[in-house]
Structure formats: C-alpha cells, structure tokens
Design a protein around this ligand. Structure first.
Ligand code: 6PG
Ligand code: NI
Length: 184
C-alpha cells in the first residue's frame, strides 16, 4: 500500500509512472534561432531537435516542476543543436539542471549580458540562479539528456533573447569552438 512515485531512469532520462506532458521542438519551430538561417531552411523541417517530458504537477506558487530535456545530436551549418533558451518570466526564479547522459554545454547569460558555459555530462549539477537565461547545447554524438527542477510560477520569456545569446558554439576542425557574437 506504499505510494508508487514517478521514476526517472538515470541512464536514459525516461520518466515513467506519473502523469506526463510532452513537447517536441522541431527544426521548423526554430526560425532565426541559429546563426545560419539558410542552413536551417535546408534541413527537414519535421526533424526533432529536442523533446521535453515533464510531470504534470501543480503550477501553484511554492510548487516545483520536474522535467527532462532530450536534446538530439546534430548541427545547423556548423552550429550544434541547442534549445531555444529563455529567461524565466518571473526573473528572480532559479532552476537546477542535472546532466544524465551525453555531453554538452549549459549556456548561462545574465541580464547584464555576461555569458558563461558549464560542461554538462552524466552526474553534472547546475545551479541556475535567478535573473539568468539558460540554453542547452549538444556538442556530442549521443543524445544529451538533462533533468530539471524549477518553480511552477517561473514561466518562460523567449522574447528577451530572440536576437540570440552572446555566445554561440560551433564545430570547427572537429573541435568544439565557442564564439562571442555581437547581438544578444
Ligand atoms: C524550463 C526549463 C526546461 C526548458 C527545456 C526546453 O524552465 O521549463 O528550463 O524545461 O524549458 O529545456 O528549453 P526551451 O524552453 O528554452 O525551449
Ligand atoms: Ni528554465
């Protein structure tokens, strides 16, 4: 008679045994997100760039959401697949990311425009403070999966960084290369 809680399979990030919400984000949804918009248009629009699965829990103040992002390997031109990235609508609200599988980077950017990159790997823990935009980047050849916990009231503000973050990450000469860009 003990309660069966939801589960996350650490190796794959798959969530089970809870009411789940799912959202796929495809190449066709990511207009102007990558540096090379022409390269994006050459790719199959239906190709999924990332899937998000989350527990369908209360969004009330004080409650927490739990979700997993699966970011697939790939590039648009030379730029690695990445999430759209956002500030929380409630700017002061933070978030914690846990790397589960694959390898990549978490791009963090403050409201003042200071950007930094943290390595993401199985077991990595990322404290995202309030007032800090965040974007996952898959620099590897496997799926990058990360577990996240964030306040139900946080919301998303995608418009604030619609022109891009200050750093973009490319593959050049088989190496991961981070570049500062002027927009963002
Ligand atoms: C959130 C989390 C996370 C994020 C996904 C997809 O605040 O909801 O940061 O679940 O939404 O990784 O990234 P985008 O929301 O930037 O598309
Ligand atoms: Ni977030």
């Amino acid at each position: 008679s003990f309660i069966q809680p939801p589960q996350v399979a650490w190796a794959s990030g798959a969530l089970a045994d809870g009411p789940l919400l799912r959202k796929s984000t495809r190449i066709q949804d990511l207009t102007d997100v990558f540096a090379d918009e022409n390269a994006r248009q050459q790719l199959a629009g239906e190709q999924v760039v990332y899937d998000v699965e989350m527990l369908d829990t209360s969004p009330a103040e004080g409650e927490l959401y739990t979700g997993v992002t699966h970011l697939y390997p790939g590039r648009v031109g030379c730029e690695y697949f990445m999430t759209r990235g956002h500030f929380h609508a409630r700017r002061e609200q933070g978030e914690v990311y846990f790397g589960l599988r694959g390898t990549g980077l978490l791009l963090l950017q403050t409201e003042q425009g200071n950007a930094r990159l943290e390595k993401v790997f199985a077991g990595s823990v990322h404290i995202i403070p309030g007032f800090t935009a965040h974007r996952l980047i898959n620099t590897g050849e496997e799926v990058l999966s990360a577990l996240a916990v964030w306040p139900g009231i946080a919301g998303h503000d995608y418009a604030a960084l619609a022109r891009g973050f200050r750093i973009r990450v490319f593959e050049e000469n088989n190496r991961v290369q981070a570049k500062e860009v002027q927009n963002g």
